[in-house]
Design a protein around this ligand. Sequence first.
Ligand code: ADE
Ligand code: ZN
Length: 338
Amino acid sequence: MNTADLNAYICDLPKAELHLHIEGTLEPELIFKLAARNHIAMPYASVEALRAAYAFTDLQSFLDLYYAGASVLITEQDFYDMTMAYLQRARADGVLHAEIMFDPQTHTARGVAIETVFAGIVRALRDARATTGISSYLLMSFLRHLSEQDAFDTLAAALPLRAQYADVWIGIGLDSAELGNPPGKFARIFARCKELGFRLVAHAGEEGPAAYVRDALEVLHVERIDHGVRSEDDPALMQRLIRDQVPLTVCPLSNLKLCVVEALSQHNLARLLRQGAMITINSDDPAYFGGYVGQNYLAVAQALDLNKRELTTLARNSLLASFLPADTKQRLLDSQDL
Ligand code: ADE
Ligand code: ZN
């Protein structure tokens, strides 16, 4: 298939996006627009100069720019505009349902109220659902480079908002610098969130070792692993992930940009998929890594020579691995002939 046909085939596949940081969808153009609107001086002369700085050597080199970029988000409207821009792009890529992470600590540490963050994001999610039909859930993520106490304080600030946002805020995640911040550091807060009835996910096995994936399952009791590509270093763990069909939310262009893999042709996702692992394809921080979810599918289809059946399996996996109710999942799978 030529690229245009392959792209059309991929866009037509009904899919969910399960690993997406909303702050990672802030395009340089929107960063500049919000900086001007909020009278914030930018340390880059132009959109092009900012984009040129997106040359990362590892996760931390990206996180430094990602947190700096997020500092232009001040008002409820800023969070709304960012979220709506993502939902429109996702819809164009054939995304029916998105499970979106956000990092409240990045904003509250700068004096932005958590109420402002929730209000802007959720208003966009509800508007997009009403106008385009795209459905979405929110996963509030704790920053693992900060303390356990900071995570507990964030949960305490967010819980009074839970009833008001119960239609979307269904889960908890764990992101930011992985190495040196093992899952065990967050065992107690994840236990509390589980008691509260939240769905649980965590980043593990991106830069960190396979042991962090094991700990995310056994200590944090997560239902999905974000990334998880280093699980293959531990064959017994990999067998367990396949046996239990634990979803891995893999982000190929992210792995390439953050030097987790040297080339997409060396990515292990096709091998793991062919071994029966529950692999899904996602964009992570698309404004920083050069592509939204459709471009991630396209890039791996070409680099790893995935056939139509395998692309369909990846899209089907994304719906199966979502936190949608079982009957909704089944209806989507049936209606889309997947
Ligand atoms: N926050 C945003 N993107 C991330 C990633 N790929 N890994 C860890 N934390 C993140
Ligand atoms: Zn991520």
